[in-house]
Design a protein around this ligand. Structure first.
Ligand SMILES: CC(C)(COP(=O)(O)OP(=O)(O)OC[C@H]1O[C@@H](n2cnc3c(N)ncnc32)[C@H](O)[C@@H]1OP(=O)(O)O)[C@@H](O)C(=O)NCCC(=O)NCCS
Length: 377
């Protein structure tokens, strides 16, 4: 076998693909979607505008945005088969597993299931972005034997999700808080789930299959699952006065603190200031600053003891808690935002494809003599 350079564990620092979708500047702790800074997008854009940007490569005109919103909201109605299959799942099904199943049903009911053409992939991407929040809310109610709240077409993507979950229209501040969080979660270069989606797409498999791969990859606590674990930790800590001792104890036991650290950003996550501000504002607005106070102490102690910074998942967790989103839906909601980036990457992969098939650095035993079963003793 020829000599190959062996990358660091976890493919750290490896450039695995060209991409024109997202750029991470780890030195400056900056993040760009299609050349636009996350700072500008988080401050001035909406999720719909950002989704258009990621899929189309440019910001929409007012007319294009109106049209895009219309297409996106018109696609909210789920095929009847999806709801039916969700009703067959055991009530305790993990919502991420339910999402994988439902996306599989979307493929089975899609007229363009077999096509990887740009035009058909674009249709599928819009339907996936539109429907994943609808699936999440529907499965939540079905698993509790409650009535499913049908989506509305007159609401924004974020407002419609909160409406489907709570049965009442959110105020502007609340829906903007979720909208900004969806912008921050929408895309992040070759993170594990996006890379997994690109690998599946590189076999010329279809978009839905690649998205199912990505959902499974996002589920893990080292990736998207961290936002749920972070909230569970804050609840376990319980009050600001207990935070320092709790974290010291966890560090001394070598526990990983969920929502902290990042493979790429070692100086801080550029998305953190935005979600932190939202979490703080939500707390003050609702007269419940407990989670924010605990979070700030946790952040201070982990920085002091380990030099680690919060990633997007940390303050997202208490922001979602204050938005009255059930904890089991935090990672599915991350998926519902990231499907925008996944589908953009799948289209990019299909447009200029070569099978992704790396090599393994073999560390097992040298060639061994085969002993027939009867003689093995
Ligand atoms: C995201 C993550 C996997 C990236 O880590 P990485 O670059 O691969 O770094 P490693 O896992 O190799 O860890 C390097 C060191 O930092 C420590 N470390 C990293 N993140 C840590 C965390 N959240 N809590 C405690 N220690 C952490 C590791 O224990 C390790 O210490 P050691 O060298 O003494 O063993 C890691 O920071 C982590 O597990 N974070 C928690 C999960 C999370 O929030 N995931 C969402 C990511 S956006």
């Amino acid at each position: 076998m020829p000599e190959h350079p062996v990358p660091k564990a976890g493919l750290e620092g490896v450039i695995a693909s060209d991409t024109a979708i997202c750029n991470v500047d780890e030195e400056k702790s900056e993040l760009y979607y299609r050349g636009y800074s996350i700072t500008d997008l988080a401050r001035h854009s909406t999720f719909e505008e950002t989704a258009f940007l990621l899929l189309e490569g440019k910001l929409p005109s007012a007319k294009e945005l109106k049209e895009f919103h219309k297409t996106l909201s018109a696609a909210r109605q789920l095929p009847a088969e999806v709801e039916e299959v969700l009703r067959w799942l055991p009530p305790a099904t993990d919502p991420m597993d339910a999402l994988k199943v439902a996306v599989g049903v979307l493929e089975a009911t899609s007229r363009e299931a077999d096509s990887n053409s740009f035009a058909d992939n674009r249709k599928k991407a819009i339907r996936l972005i539109s429907r994943m929040p609808v699936i999440i809310a529907a499965q939540y109610h079905i698993s509790r034997q409650k009535t499913v709240i049908k989506p509305r077409t007159d609401l924004s993507h974020a407002a419609n999700f909160l409406y489907m979950l709570h049965g009442k229209e959110p105020d502007d501040f609340t829906s903007k808080a979720l909208d900004t969080s969806l912008i921050l979660y929408a895309e992040h270069e070759l993170n594990a789930s996006t890379f997994a989606a690109r690998i599946t797409a590189s076999t010329l498999s279809d978009m839905h299959s690649a998205v199912i791969t990505a959902i499974g990859t996002l589920k893990g606590p080292l990736h998207g699952g961290a936002n749920e674990k972070a909230m569970e930790m804050l609840i376990e800590i319980g009050e600001p006065g207990k935070a320092e001792a709790w974290i010291q104890n966890a560090i001394s036991r070598k526990h990983r603190i969920m929502g902290f650290g990042h493979r790429v950003y070692k100086k801080g996550d550029p998305r953190n200031p935005f979600i932190k501000k939202i979490a703080g504002k939500l707390g003050r607005r609702l007269g419940n600053t407990r989670w924010f106070e605990i979070s700030e102490i946790v952040e201070k102690v982990i920085d002091r003891e380990k030099g680690l910074h919060p990633n997007l998942d940390f303050y997202s967790s208490s922001a979602y808690y204050l938005l009255d989103i059930p904890i089991s839906l935090y990672t599915p909601l991350f998926a519902a935002a990231r499907v925008t980036g996944w589908t953009a990457h799948i289209m990019e992969q299909h447009a200029d494809n070569r099978l992704i098939r790396p090599r393994g650095n073999y560390t097992g035993p040298k060639k061994r003599k085969y002993v027939p079963l009867k003689k093995r003793g």
